[in-house]
Design a protein around this ligand. Structure first.
Ligand code: BES
Ligand code: MN
Ligand code: ZN
Length: 492
């Protein structure tokens, strides 16, 4: 989808559909101008009561002339509206637009005033919504989905003074949507297609496209590095594990990098601690942490900020087989700490711990790991916020703020030392599971034992990375949050 700005007078702006905000029952200035040029059709329809007052209600009016259609959108009361009211009304307008025959559209919704938000934010919001609504995943169907995708281009109507802010916002929204779409595609692909090798190839393609350095370590190299924990998970699968390192170097050569570590379990059966059959198909989404790392790399490479960013992805399958790890097996992690694998289904932490040790070599400014780590996190927080775990109060407030800014929120959870007790083992330095209680927290505590030498946060995205039920599919989260965080660090 193409985005642009239009500064011509609304009534003279040629378009398949003009989207006009109606506030407190009155059309905004663009609507008044179009109304005057079209014989009062809009005012008459509003006076008849054809447009419901409820925010988000829409009314399509056919015109003849340079403007083929007008889509009126109620934005509620007159006066400045909230971010949420604007976003909800814009989503509803863009959704209605998809069902019209318009091939392009110009939106004047920016004429509505939003509390504490300017023209750039309003343009970014509309562009992100338009891309989100246009997203389809039909590559695995024999024929493409017949559902409407909406117009191929959307222009933001505005005054000249706002053009540069809006163009910047549109460029950012396009790069962010490209990254989010990539993360969604990877998540939605089935486990027989999106394998560890497929993730590695995707990283290599991104590298070629954007000039990023990509390195893929094979099993042999993981053995030399003594990644005994990661290899214990990979050994039950016939597919070879891949350890992917992808670098964006936009900052000074000496500037410490931000490192993102994404869980890349391309299918999680649970291993010998086998999961029950119902909904096991959803464990193809167990690489959504990895997908969010690749999506963020793509978004950042598309925007081009002055910052160094490294993505690290331990990728393998968790399968039961004659070679699979047994419950009770003891392995030595790359850090030298030994782990009793009491439950082979707690595999995410086992691959992440070696990746978290590996990244010490980068002397990172901050490390964030992203993982569909625990069902317990879904129980604790549901599907709205990702779980945020960190010892650092500053990193916690930074990430929480970026989440709010991006509309991709996270909520801080505790990782006090009291919870470490659950990981005690009679046979090794630690077990890989605590009890059922506080399962998301003991998982984070396990990871914390491998992150002592740098500033670190863990995002548990088990509840936010995909939707179940009729809307089953990957959300692309938390690419928005991570991209916001990297951009904020680059600007500071
Ligand atoms: N990938 C799962 C976590 C998961 C489960 C995410 C369900 C979303 C929905 C992870 O590998 C896992 O199996 N975790 C176990 C940990 C337990 C054995 C301590 C869990 O959450 O049940
Ligand atoms: Mn598991
Ligand atoms: Zn898993």
């Amino acid at each position: 989808m193409q985005f642009s700005t239009k500064t011509t007078a609304p009534e003279k702006t040629r378009t398949g559909c003009a989207i006009i905000p109606v506030l407190g029952g009155k059309p905004a200035a663009s609507g008044t101008a179009i109304d005057a040029a079209s014989g009062g059709a809009l005012a008459a329809a509003i006076a008849r009561g054809d447009l419901a007052a409820k925010a988000g209600s829409t009314l399509l009016i056919g015109l003849s002339g340079v403007i083929e259609r007008v889509l009126l959108v109620s934005l509620g009361d007159s006066g400045p509206i909230t971010e949420k009211a604007f976003t909800d009304a814009a989503r509803s307008a863009l959704r209605s637009l998809q069902t019209t025959g318009a091939r392009d559209a110009v939106s004047w919704l920016g004429e509505a005033e939003v509390i504490d938000r300017g023209a750039g934010w309003k343009a970014r919001t509309q562009a992100l919504l338009a891309r989100d609504l246009a997203y389809r995943f039909d590559t695995m169907k024999s024929k493409p989905d017949p559902a409407p995708r909406g117009p191929g281009s959307l222009a933001i109507g505005c005054g000249r003074t706002d053009v540069s802010a809006i163009n910047t916002a549109l460029k950012l929204a396009t790069a962010l949507s490209d990254g989010t779409d990539l993360a969604r595609d990877l998540g939605n692909l089935p486990g027989n297609v999106c394998t560890p090798a497929y993730l590695a190839d995707t990283a290599r393609k991104l590298g070629k496209q954007f000039g990023l350095k990509v390195e893929v370590l094979e099993r042999k190299q993981m053995e030399s590095l003594k990644m005994g924990s990661l290899l214990a998970v990979a050994q039950g699968s016939d597919l070879p594990p891949k350890f992917i390192v992808i670098r964006y170097e936009g900052g000074a050569a000496k500037a410490a990098p931000i490192v993102l570590v994404g869980k890349g379990i391309t299918f999680d059966t649970g291993g010998i601690s086998l999961k029950p059959a119902p909904e096991m198909d959803e464990m193809k989404f167990d690489m959504c942490g990895a997908a969010s790392v690749l999506g963020t790399m793509r978004a950042i490479a598309g925007i081009g900020p002055r910052v160094n960013l490294i993505g690290v992805i331990p990728a393998c399958e968790n399968m039961p087989s004659g070679r699979a790890t047994r419950p009770g097996d003891v392995v030595t992690s790359m850090s030298g700490q030994t782990i009793e694998i009491l439950n082979t289904d707690a595999e995410g932490r086992l691959i992440l711990c070696d990746a978290l040790t590996y990244v010490e070599r980068f002397k990172p400014a901050a490390v964030i790991d992203i993982a569909t780590l625990t069902g317990a996190c879904v129980v604790a927080l549901g599907n709205h916020h990702s779980g945020l775990f960190t010892r650092s109060d500053t990193l916690a407030s930074e990430l929480a703020g970026c989440g709010r800014e991006a509309g991709d929120t996270c909520w801080r959870m505790p990782i006090d030392d009291e919870y470490q007790e659950g990981l005690k083992s009679n046979f090794a330095d630690m077990g890989n599971v605590g009890g059922r209680a506080g399962g998301a927290i003991t998982a984070a505590c396990f990871l914390s034992r491998f992150t002592k030498s740098y500033e670190w946060a863990h995002l548990d995205i088990a509840g936010t990375a995909w939707k179940s039920g009729a809307q089953k599919g990957a959300s692309g989260r938390p690419v928005g949050l991570l991209t916001q965080f990297v951009l904020a660090r680059a600007a500071s």
